[in-house]
Design a protein around this ligand. Sequence first.
Ligand code: FMN
Length: 215
Amino acid sequence: MITLLRIEASARMTRSLSRALSNDFFETWQSERPNDQVIIRDVGLNPPTAISENWIAGVFSDEESLTLVQREEVALSDILIGELIQSDIIVIATPMYNYGMPAALKAWFDQVIRINKTFSFDLARGDQPIEPIQNGKTLVILSASGEGGFSQGGVNVIKNHLHPHILECSKLLGVEKSYCVTIEYQEFNDERHSESVKSAHASIAPLVASIKKEL
Ligand SMILES: Cc1cc2nc3c(=O)[nH]c(=O)nc-3n(C[C@H](O)[C@H](O)[C@H](O)COP(=O)(O)O)c2cc1C
């Protein structure tokens, strides 16, 4: 049995293309591996709080010396990190908002990328002082965007601050392997969009099969 962390980041509860992709992924996964544990963290519905001065002071202090306010400020971070640490596969279903990730998803990353919990910092490592504490995790990004051409070779690749940012942040969480399925051209609602929806959903079953083979 393994554990999957399912993160939903769309603010839309209805008509969301990324949520539909995620439903497809988990229906396929669970029909084949019903005993795996799935933790759902819906940051679109319940955005994590933004980190604060007390949060920062708290995570850089010894746990025994935290003030009551600092303890309260890092409590959510402790819960989210707990969910992350026990997960083997992280599935992030997300829209592109303003060429990057939704603020709620960035708030989740800010809460879980935490010194001495998910990464260590050591100046003896020279100009690369940060290393993840976890390892061996797999990431699946299921994304949707209104425009298109964000993949390698596409006309808008330079504007894509969604996938590279998620991938870079995820390395600090112990992600070593990643997969990405995208739906594009939602705002155009043309043939490119319908093709994109079709091929994204068609790629879910082979993706699940190939991840399963690596377990
Ligand atoms: C606030 C907001 C900002 C958006 N910014 C972008 C953008 O920068 N680039 C883009 O291609 N699409 C953008 N879109 C379109 C969404 O990415 C698209 O509607 C996508 O399908 C949303 O995901 P969902 O269907 O899972 O809700 C934006 C949509 C919203 C609501």
